[in-house]
Ligand binder design. Structure first.
Ligand code: 4AD
Ligand code: MG
Length: 463
């Protein structure tokens, strides 16, 4: 018999039909009249299916009455209208096949566990209501990302994971090597001889697919990447991971205005997808994780984002009368406390901040005519701060070379990138959305370690 998913059963209510379901027991309760209630979950949705197992089942005493939380079973039986008001349907079991029992030391007993503890059992936490909900929302977001770009004719491009280039120029890369670290080969000057490393040069895990994305945008027009990126920054915060997923669209013949427009449409599209198809999971998170989550997401999609330049933002911060840990000053980068003040207190909605000082921004951002600021943007959202970073790219050969030299980069290392400015250069722009920050926003979870299945952070690479 074909196995039904519990979600399907609730959607279709096939009363009087014989069906089979498989899943994990959440609870078992033995009733007086000679039967037991089994709450079964198969991950397809938040709700459990109630199964009624009668004492006449041949394995009732030997197996059914011993079923513990976490055990896995296959049930065959008939769907009936439920007597209880908790659920519309339930299943009367005609057979209960036990695949795997689960002894009493199963760590997920029926009580609420702290997220810190659940992180230590990341192999079992997807079986909890919260992590099931987060996982289904994460999936919905990923599919919505592809839907958004496909509908607009963007091509999905796969950029490399191993690279020799530091896209952000921040020196936060994880080195990739097969050299024997105890006795690496040396050059005559005593330096490590990377010519004898696997790739014949020094390589690392990518921090961004942008530079390669630009190559494809300058041939196919509009492209996007969606892949893992790695940053060896020693940030122990609730918003930083050492391994995270990033979506990076890149658009030829686009300026910053268009970039900002697409970023806003994109964010709203993926949030709407969650509001439309994850109602049950959102309700759970709204009730137990972040009160008002649904209303805050509806608020984000309902109105235009605010726009402000960095210079205007500094002015607002200085006149705010707030005491910040870091004093807001023109020329300094914005701290999370500043970003949150702008979105949560001052504007009470997302804001697209543009035109930051060139001195702490990346070499590829297009220089403005003032010579001091660049054509970049950060999209900031309440609770989280920066969720998107992007820019119009420097398409002028000479200006790019000058910016690289000022930043201490060797243009020869970026020869292909410079070449794009030599052969058919054109205005273009793009941005990067941190996927886990988006999942944080849409789930109301407080810690980025709890929205990726297996988080990598300083000191932690378990599972
Ligand atoms: O602002 P970032 O560093 O921009 C880039 O990497 C550009 N190359 C993007 C582009 O223009 N194509 O990173 C982009 C986004 C940030 O806004 C943030 O959401 C996320 O990536 N991000 C992180 N997410 C989790 N953990 C980290 N350590 C992150 N660092 C950046
Ligand atoms: Mg950034």
């Amino acid at each position: 018999m074909q196995i039904h998913r519990i979600r399907q059963l609730f959607e279709q209510s096939p009363v009087d039909q014989r069906i089979a379901v498989c899943g994990w027991v959440r609870t078992r309760r033995d009733a007086k009249g000679g039967f037991s209630f089994i709450e079964l979950n198969d991950g397809s949705c938040l709700k459990n299916l109630q199964v009624i197992a009668d004492e006449k089942l041949p394995n009732y005493e030997s197996e059914v009455k011993k079923l513990g939380t976490g055990a896995s079973v296959r049930i065959e039986g008939t769907v009936v209208q439920s007597q209880g008001k908790e659920q519309a349907i339930e299943v009367r079991a005609e057979s209960v096949q036990v695949y795997g029992g689960s002894p009493e030391d199963y760590p997920l007993q029926k009580k609420r566990h702290g997220f810190d503890y659940l992180r230590t059992i990341a192999h079992l936490r997807p079986r909890t209501n919260t992590f099931g909900a987060v996982t289904r929302i994460r999936h919905t977001l990923a599919m919505a990302v592809h839907d958004f770009f496909r509908a607009r004719g963007f091509f999905y491009v796969h950029t490399p994971i191993i690279t020799a280039l530091d896209c952000e120029g921040a020196g936060e890369m994880f080195q990739v090597t097969t050299l024997d670290l105890d006795k690496p080969p040396r050059t005559p000057e005593g330096k490590i001889d990377y010519e004898r490393d696997f790739f014949g040069k020094r390589t690392a895990l990518t921090v961004s697919g942008q530079l390669e994305g630009e190559i494809y945008a300058m041939a196919l027009g509009n492209i996007y990447t969606f892949g893992p990126t790695f940053r060896a920054e020693n940030s122990n915060t609730t918003r930083h991971l050492a391994e995270f997923w990033m979506i990076e669209p890149e658009m030829a013949f686009a300026d910053l205005e268009h970039n900002a427009y697409i970023a806003e449409e994109f964010l709203k599209h993926v949030i709407r997808a969650v509001l439309e198809s994850c109602g049950e999971d959102l309700n759970l998170l709204d009730q137990f994780v972040q009160k008002g989550l649904k209303a805050s997401l509806e608020h984000i999609v309902a109105a235009p984002f605010a726009r402000m330049t960095y210079t205007e933002a500094i002015d607002v911060l200085q006149k705010s009368g707030q005491t910040f840990e870091f004093k807001p000053e023109w020329g300094q980068s914005l701290q999370t406390e500043h970003e949150r003040y702008l979105t949560e207190v001052h504007l009470k909605k997302p804001v697209i901040l543009t035109d930051y000082p060139k001195d702490f921004t990346a070499f590829y951002m297009r220089l403005n005519d003032d010579g001091k600021t660049v054509r970049n943007m950060d999209v900031l959202v309440p609770q989280i701060g920066e969720i998107i970073g992007g820019s119009q790219r420097e398409e002028r050969y000479d200006v790019l070379l000058r910016r690289m030299q000022e930043g201490g980069l060797n243009p020869e290392d970026y020869a292909f990138y410079v070449d794009l400015r030599k052969y058919g250069t054109a205005p273009h722009a793009g941005f990067g959305l941190g996927f886990e920050r988006l999942v944080l926003l849409c789930t109301g979870m407080g810690n980025i370690r709890d929205v990726i299945p297996f988080p990598r952070t300083p000191g932690h690479a378990d599972f």
